[in-house]
Design a protein around this ligand. Structure first.
Ligand code: URA
Ligand code: SF4
Length: 183
């Protein structure tokens, strides 16, 4: 673990710790406020993210930005990262060995950001961070405390593209986050 961003960011350049290194264009490390109170964790880069090197800049990201705006969260104020930093082929779910190889970077990001709240976007984030026994359908919208950090699991923004109900639930979950941080 590194105690500063410079060394952490340097350590990931040219990373070949898992097979996702083979097809990536860019490592998508993370973006936003490095002292954020709220951190968002997604699954892994898609095609747009791989191209641009930034998380959630594609369709799902645009939906997330809309929700942020509606609720009064500024994208620049939060920190956004993913479970894996390189794009899985055809956007498949990251495999266990890939997530395991990559998770130390994310753990280090969490240590450096020191967020009060972590929003887990979808099943992959939930299971890799809080444990495989958790299911997103039953856990979303409920606060879970671990080691002084409050976790809010919710739908992955890509799931909202297909389901209006999930959109409403996603907004509700983010609203809870906004209310807690502004208390
Ligand atoms: N989906 C994710 O999980 N992360 C991104 O950065 C983009 C899409
Ligand atoms: Fe390294 Fe993570 Fe990319 Fe795998 S996904 S090559 S562990 S940065």
């Amino acid at each position: 673990m590194y105690d500063n961003w410079e060394e952490l960011e340097h350590s990931i350049i040219d990373c070949k710790k898992c097979k996702l290194c083979k097809n990536r264009t860019n490592i998508v490390f993370g973006t936003g406020n490095k002292n954020a109170d709220i951190m968002f964790i997604g699954e892994g880069p898609g095609a747009d993210e791989d191209k641009q090197g930034e998380p959630f800049v594609g369709k799902a990201g645009k939906l997330m930005n809309e929700a942020f705006k509606g609720i009064g969260i500024n994208r620049e104020d939060v920190y956004i990262a993913n479970i894996v930093k390189c794009r899985p082929p055809s956007n498949r779910v990251p495999e266990e060995d890939e997530a395991t190889a990559c998770l130390n970077y994310l753990r280090n990001q969490v240590i450096l950001v020191k967020p009060k709240i972590i929003v887990l976007l979808g099943s992959t984030a939930l299971k890799n961070i809080l444990g495989k026994e958790y299911g997103i359908t039953n856990t979303r919208g409920r606060w879970i405390e671990r080691k002084g950090i409050m976790y809010m699991p919710t739908w992955h923004p890509a799931a909202l593209l297909r389901d209006e109900n999930k959109k409403i639930e996603f907004w509700k979950d983010l609203k809870q986050v906004e209310l807690k941080i502004n208390k």
